[in-house]
Design a protein around this ligand. Structure first.
Ligand code: SAM
Length: 267
């Protein structure tokens, strides 16, 4: 981990890394993750489903001819980063990672030191004007050509509904036709009753720096307003274009319903 004093507050980036089996977390993150997983045991499998969804989305977008990616809330670099997947197919595919968590940024910079086509910006996605004007973004991405904006498991940290909708709108307003927007978002499904849901939120929100806003399907669908939703639409994460041709959705698999994901195309 980068040299800095041990944090005293858990961060979403490091709690998620812990749940994925990564090794970039501190005691405070592990404690928060343990509390969350106690009230919401399917969190770790849900995190893995999310990461796998991200990988399939990037492969799909590369197949659609997208060569530029703006990954907002990109997290701590771990297996299956966007640039690894994209550049394995197209070596000069361009990727800008944006995160505000210092370890995620430092580790990203270390990893990308010798990569001319990928970079990491330390930035707050709630400030689209600042993000879009940053030299890392303007230097690498050409917005007159299609760009994929990724908000994978991050928009639920923008708890104000109006702010979240406005943010998406402001990023999308910059995109050329043929661009894409990919989103995954925590939802209320997954066998969580109202009380359990509230308890999970309380645990997470009281132990992690970020607060969570878990949204229902209609609220999540609203982020795709004005876009052409790519097949199969907004669905549980494992159901989105599964790699296995024999995949059959398992209704008994509770973590399957933890999040919804989809991809929209800018007309
Ligand atoms: C659950 S992780 C998801 C990481 C990655 N997108 C993925 O799906 O594998 C959420 C990430 O969003 C970042 N994040 C949350 N709010 C943010 C904000 N306002 N600006 C930038 N990053 C943010 C956190 O630091 C964390 O790294």
């Amino acid at each position: 981990m980068p040299e800095r004093p041990e944090p005293t507050v858990a961060a979403a980036a490091r709690v998620y890394d812990y749940m994925l089996g990564g090794d970039h977390h501190y005691a405070v993150d592990r404690t928060a993750a343990a509390h969350t997983m106690r009230s919401f045991p399917m969190a770790a499998v849900g995190a893995r489903y999310n990461r796998e969804f991200l990988g399939r989305v990037v492969r799909f977008l590369i197949g659609e001819g997208v060569r530029q990616f703006l990954d907002l809330g990109s997290g701590i670099p771990t297996v299956g980063n966007v640039h690894e997947i994209a550049q394995a197919e197209v070596p000069d595919a361009r990727v800008v990672y944006v995160d505000y968590e210092p370890d995620a940024v430092a580790l990203g910079r270390e990893l990308l030191r010798e990569n001319a086509f990928a970079t990491t910006l330390e930035g707050d996605l709630r400030k689209p004007d600042v993000v879009l004007a940053a030299p890392q973004v303007t230097g690498l991405l050409d917005f007159s050509q299609p760009v994929a904006v990724l908000m994978i498991s991050v928009l639920h940290f923008v708890t104000d509904e109006t702010e979240a909708l406005d943010l998406v709108h402001r990023y999308l307003a910059r995109l050329a036709p043929g661009s894409y927007f990919a989103l995954s978002h925590l939802t209320h499904a997954g066998g969580r009753t109202g009380a359990l849901q509230q308890e999970t939120n309380r645990v997470y929100n009281s132990t992690v720096a970020e607060n969570l806003a878990i949204r229902d399907r209609d609220q999540i669908a609203a982020f795709f307003t004005g876009l052409e939703l790519v097949e199969p639409g907004l669905v549980p994460l494992p159901d989105w274009r599964p790699a296995d041709p024999d995949y059959v959705p398992d209704e008994e698999d509770a973590p399957r319903n933890v999040g919804l994901g989809g991809v929209g195309r800018v007309r």
